[in-house]
Design a protein around this ligand. Structure first.
Ligand code: ZN
Length: 397
């Protein structure tokens, strides 16, 4: 199939935000528009000329169809070779989902941005444990000072939750006063795009849209960072943001790292337990509460809270002000349905509690895990019996 990626002229919306967008034309009148909406003070006129962020934002859409992709704009040969390696990896992982795309720009041109005009690091930021770990330790690990954080609207915060997004962004802007770090607000239609092209958001989609945004806003930075959501205890199966694929979205002027995937979620929480300034801002809950970042009693809140308690007793008080006691959390955990992944996270906390000598807490958590495992097993047993009975009744009739 012949496809065409057209970069649309930069425009402003009614609230004064700058809209940078592209149109992927896929033949037979089919087209898809992908946009970034950014604030005026984050905009630079050089963004109008750069095709690479738009190509990255639409690459997986084109890979769903496969064929030749003509790009209106200049591309660097070395960057396209990197993208070809990226495509190979995804086609190997998901041969039924993706096809090869041959990329041809209007002009082959190595991007030249003087090293002297690139400084500091730009990192994605959701307010979660991974984001705060990178916020606290990126400079220590890379020797590049953190300069910008990108706070996405249209990722975990849905486009319909506009008030919550802007209030949360303002909350972080008021508090993230470490050095000269600035928080950049970006809205995209990434989730709608993933849905339209049937890309599973977690397993496939989210990473490439983060990388596209970092390339758009990171033109004058020395390093781009996606905080690792993939840790040593994560499964090695494909994931949208992955240590094998994220660095392949680097360019010669902006290296992109997947920071720091060899540190487990528990280790990150334990490190943050020593940083009171981060704990009062960490946002692990996906429920929306007025004036509160975390509900304290959903499975994700409870797993994080228990890990904080094991790492440093009572350190959770700042992040979960709605929680009255550890006993109330254990009670809620015992009656809340949780999935296999969450159960695994709780089991990891229990193992660390044992190691830290918190025997009583470890036993209480272990008891809950046993109850839940038994319930799951008995459900499987009932299901198996139902299938057997049905088979038997068909044989008899
Ligand atoms: Zn919660």
């Amino acid at each position: 199939m012949k496809m065409h990626l057209q970069i649309e002229p930069t425009s402003r919306d009614e609230s004064g935000r700058v809209i940078l967008s592209s149109l992927l034309q896929m033949g037979r009148g089919r087209r898809h528009r992908f946009f970034f909406a950014i604030e005026e003070d984050a905009y630079h006129e050089s963004m109008d000329q750069r095709a690479m962020p738009h190509l990255i934002s639409q690459l997986m859409h084109a890979m769903r169809l496969g064929g030749k992709l003509f790009v209106d704009g200049a591309l660097s040969p070395s960057h396209v070779r990197q993208l070809e390696t990226y495509m190979r990896r995804w086609i190997l992982w998901c041969p039924d989902v993706f096809r090869w795309v041959e990329i041809t720009p209007n002009e082959w041109n190595d991007e030249v941005i003087p090293e002297s005009s690139r400084h500091g690091a730009i990192s994605c930021f959701s307010g979660g444990v991974d984001s705060f770990y990178s916020y606290a330790f990126l400079e220590r690990d890379t020797n590049v000072p953190l300069r910008s954080l990108v706070f996405m609207h249209g990722f975990d915060i849905d486009l319909t939750m506009s008030d919550y997004y802007h209030e949360t962004a303002q909350f972080y802007r008021d508090r993230l006063r470490k050095g000269n770090v600035r928080l950049l607000k970006v809205q995209t239609n990434a989730k709608q795009s993933a849905r339209k092209f049937q890309l599973n958001w977690g397993k496939v989609g989210h990473g490439i849209y983060l990388a596209a945004t970092l390339h758009l806003l990171g033109h004058d930075h020395a390093l781009a960072c996606i905080p690792s959501s993939h840790s040593p205890d994560s499964p090695t199966t494909p994931w949208g943001s992955h240590p094998m694929t994220d660095p392949l979205l680097s360019s010669s002027t902006l290296p992109l790292i997947h920071h720091n995937y060899m540190v487990s979620r528990y280790e990150k929480i334990a490190a943050l337990a020593q940083h009171d300034d981060c704990l009062e801002m960490v946002r692990v809950c996906w429920k929306i509460h007025e004036n509160q970042l975390n509900c304290g009693y959903c499975p994700k809140c409870m797993a994080t809270l228990l890990a904080l308690e094991v790492a440093k007793p009572n350190s959770w008080l700042q992040a979960f002000p709605l929680v009255t006691s550890i006993d109330s959390v254990l009670h809620q955990l015992s009656i809340t349905p949780i999935n296999a992944f969450q159960l695994e996270q709780i089991a990891i906390v229990r193992n660390h509690a044992m190691r830290e000598g918190r025997t009583e807490l470890a036993e209480q958590i272990a008891k809950i895990i046993r109850q839940k495992s038994t319930k799951k097993a008995s459900y499987r047993m009932r299901l198996r019996r139902w299938f057997y009975d049905r088979k038997l009744s068909r044989q008899i009739s």
